[in-house]
Design a protein around this ligand. Structure first.
Ligand code: PLP
Length: 383
């Protein structure tokens, strides 16, 4: 047996050793401490800049005295409310500690080490991590013009393929594929293959050919649609996501789901946020305004960006001698946290979450100074 170090007397599962922990956006408090900054804004994790829905906050306050009790493992009230809202049966809903958790439960339920998951290039990395966690393989299909290449994804299916995970709109790129392309894809993929359509940014999409994935479940029982309360509903800190599928899939996932995975506070707040139509509308219009502002500014600065259907924009902020990570680091030192995209193979890019108007202005002002300084630097002399 291989000798372990004095502090490592217990061996880690070998298939996990290739996995690096997911690097989340850095918390505001950590950046304040590290750089000695009073004011820091975070435009790195696609959170809602308006804060939580006021109705959700009121529900949380009312509920604070119940926190000694375990949550309802069946998520009864939120299930009923969502079932009415979405027009699906209550037993078609599964809930997770964020939709992130459902990604893992779905992988655990349906993938084994013999299987392969298909994902898109630059995909939300939690999909491939979920495959790796269960010892399965993943196959990556390149994007085409920054969009999912659905025909190529369907053609990539082979006898080992067990699941396809697809964020639409995509994170971190921000693009989406339309209804017709998705319908062709559904028809092309064999029904034994699980298709997970992740619509985390559903509420923000403005494109007219976008679609509600839930409509296809009746005809395609291999489809699971994921949504979240973390983005447009402003509840990322409470961790509530859900999936819609045929009841058989919900029952399968229930075999692996821990009984109390969605906490009490989250269930209450999510049900209240669902009823807060005004907040949702405001979230969408603030995002729209910010998106247009950022496009205008990126164009003024001559920065390439990818038009987005989400609450973030991928922008090529890197310059000769200063890649996206260096730009993100320079912005962080000045109190604006954005996400460098080098880890996705997009070395020159950063992803900027759309904030409040004043946050967007500040981000642009700082970005402009950094980019202009990079341009002023003399080019490297050839020896
Ligand atoms: C495409 C996509 N899916 C899922 C998630 C996870 O969201 P949550 O776990 O907060 O519901 C995110 C978060 O950024 C995301 O971008």
């Amino acid at each position: 047996m291989k000798k372990l170090s004095p502090n490592r007397t217990v061996a880690c599962n070998p298939h996990l050793l290739a996995l690096a922990p997911y690097p989340p956006g850095r918390p505001i408090e950590e950046v304040q401490r590290e750089y000695g900054l009073k004011r820091v804004i975070k435009l790195a994790s696609n959170e809602n800049p308006l804060g939580p829905s006021p109705r959700a906050v009121a529900a949380l306050k009312r509920h604070a005295r119940q926190l000694h009790l375990y949550p309802d493992g069946n998520v009864y009230y939120l299930r009923q409310a969502l079932s009415r809202r979405l027009g699906v049966a209550p037993d078609q809903l599964m809930f997770g500690n964020g939709s992130d958790e459902l990604i893992l439960w779905l992988a655990l339920t349906y993938l084994s080490p013999r299987d392969t998951m298909i994902v898109s290039q630059y995909s939300f990395v939690r999909y491939q991590m979920a495959a790796q966690l269960v010892g399965a393989r993943f196959k990556t299909v390149p994007l085409k013009n920054w969009q999912h290449d659905l025909p190529a994804m369907a053609s990539a299916v082979d006898k080992n393929t067990r699941a396809i995970f697809l964020a639409n709109p995509e994170n971190p790129v921000g693009t989406m594929v339309g209804r017709k392309a998705f319908e062709r894809f559904l028809r092309a993929v064999p029904r034994r293959i699980l298709i997970v359509l992740d619509q985390a940014y559903y509420e923000y999409v403005q494109a007219s050919d976008y679609f509600n994935g839930i409509e296809y479940i009746a005809r395609h029982p291999n489809l699971v649609v994921l949504r979240t309360f973390s983005k447009a509903y402003g509840l990322a800190g409470l961790r509530v996501g859900y999936g819609v599928a045929v009841p058989e899939i919900v029952k399968d996932v229930d075999r692996v789901r821990p009984p109390f995975n969605v906490n009490r506070a989250g269930q209450e707040a999510a049900a209240a946020a669902l009823d807060d139509a005004e907040f949702l509308q405001r979230s969408i219009s603030v995002n729209e305004e910010g998106r247009r502002y950022l496009y205008d500014q990126f164009e003024r600065l001559g920065l390439e960006y990818v038009p987005s259907q989400t609450n973030f924009v991928l922008v090529r902020a890197g310059r000769e001698g200063k890649d996206g990570a260096a730009v993100a680091e320079a912005m962080m030192r000045r109190g604006v946290i954005v996400r460098p995209m080098g880890g996705f193979g997009l070395k020159d890019y950063v992803r900027i979450t759309i904030g409040l108007p004043r946050e967007n202005r500040l981000a642009v002002r700082i970005l402009e100074e950094i980019v202009r300084n990079a341009d002023r630097k003399p080019p490297h002399k050839l020896q």
